[in-house]
Design a protein around this ligand. Structure first.
Ligand SMILES: Nc1ncnc2c1ncn2[C@@H]1O[C@H](COP(=O)(O)OP(=O)(O)OP(=O)(O)O)[C@@H](O)[C@H]1O
Length: 330
């Protein structure tokens, strides 16, 4: 496991200087990437340029996310076009690139009759780690994903959330520089979803591992990702930094502690338009006087201001219409 900032642990030799100096600007690059299955076009002339960091790959079911992962791992040949992962051409250098890439598949693929320790250590050995290092590294990885206490239990006795963690552990055990996670929150309840997203974020941020996470849930992207790639029907809708998609809107978002009904009444009494969204009050930002009015009114009513900021655009609002339009056109 690498420490914060990406420093390698003592368990692993440092990456070769050659690799350090040749790390590409983009961890994934594709040009005209196309994959057909008979009459179905799963990927359609996809041009991607994904920088290091945590990237959300978002698309509805059948958008082509899993097909893209299989191609990027060098496990499935494209029909046409090219792809490079960490600078390696997937068509010719699959075995090399897979040393540096971890993959968490979407569906349940774990053997039930072995423990997490046995399974993850087996995967570590397959990746080329010698016995002692594989055992140490397995314990370390299972601790990271929160399964250390239960590591000797048979996988068949695990909950869905625990099985997802085993899948993440096997993807991490060989100390990859890049992780492909295919719907890591699949089948989890809201609390399990939160825990998994937190784990994904910590894995990316604390250990400096780049992550591409496929999901069909836009809200998940907003919580953990720096970058967004949106595909639909195998085609690229948009890609770029999350901040570009969630620019500040012309709406002021206010949250107060205290009598917010009274605050609404006072603000409306001053001629301001105020709407409610749960515990938030929303006002069009017509100028500085709106901010001043909110501050003065809250102070006059002894309401503590918890949030007073421009509301940001939600990904959901941006892409839902595009995804729906693309669906209708098919
Ligand atoms: N081996 C295959 N043979 C035929 N069609 C396939 C094959 N693999 C994928 N497809 C088709 O390609 C399209 C993209 O599938 P893919 O699994 O990549 O989508 P996805 O975005 O990962 O969706 P999901 O989350 O539902 O798996 C779908 O129409 C799917 O039916």
């Amino acid at each position: 496991m690498r420490g914060p900032g990406g420093a390698p642990s003592s368990l692993f030799p440092p990456p070769s200087p050659l690799l350090l100096y040749t790390l590409p600007v983009h961890i994934v690059e594709t040009a005209g990437l196309t994959r057909r299955f008979g009459t179905v076009t799963a990927l359609d002339a996809l041009d991607l340029a994904i920088p290091p960091g945590i990237t959300g790959l978002v698309g509805a079911n059948g958008a082509g996310k899993s097909t893209l992962f299989r191609i990027l791992l060098g496990l499935l040949p494209p029909t046409s076009g090219t792809a490079r992962v960490l600078g390696y051409d997937v068509a010719t250098r699959g075995p090399e690139l897979r040393q540096f890439v971890g993959y968490m598949p979407e569906h349940d693929c774990l053997p039930g009759d072995v423990s997490a320790t046995e399974f993850v250590a087996h995967m570590a050995r397959i990746s080329g780690l010698p016995g002692d290092a594989a055992r140490e590294r397995t314990a370390e990885t299972l601790r990271h994903v929160g399964l250390f206490e239960e590591r000797y239990r048979e996988i068949r006795s695990y909950s869905t959330g625990m099985k997802q963690r085993v899948k993440l552990a096997q993807a991490l055990v060989h100390d990859p520089r890049l992780l492909f996670l295919d719907e890591p929150t699949n089948g989890l309840d809201p609390a399990g979803r939160d825990d998994m997203l937190d784990l994904v974020r910590r894995t990316g941020r604390e250990f400096g591992i780049s992550i591409v996470m496929a999901t069909h849930l836009l809200g998940e992207i907003e919580r953990v990702c720096d970058q967004v790639v949106v595909i639909d029907g195998g085609r690229l809708l948009r890609q770029g930094p999350l901040a570009d998609f969630t620019a500040a809107t012309g709406t002021l978002l206010v949250e107060v502690e205290g009598d917010d009904d009274a605050l609404v009444a006072v603000l409306r009494g001053r001629g301001l338009r105020v709407e409610r969204d749960g515990r938030y009050l929303l006002l069009p930002v017509a100028g500085e006087h709106v901010l001043d009015a909110v501050r003065d009114a809250a102070a006059g009513l002894d309401c503590g201001i918890v949030r007073l900021e421009r509301r940001r655009q939600a990904l959901e609002d941006l892409f839902r219409p595009e995804l729906e339009a693309a669906d209708a056109a098919r």
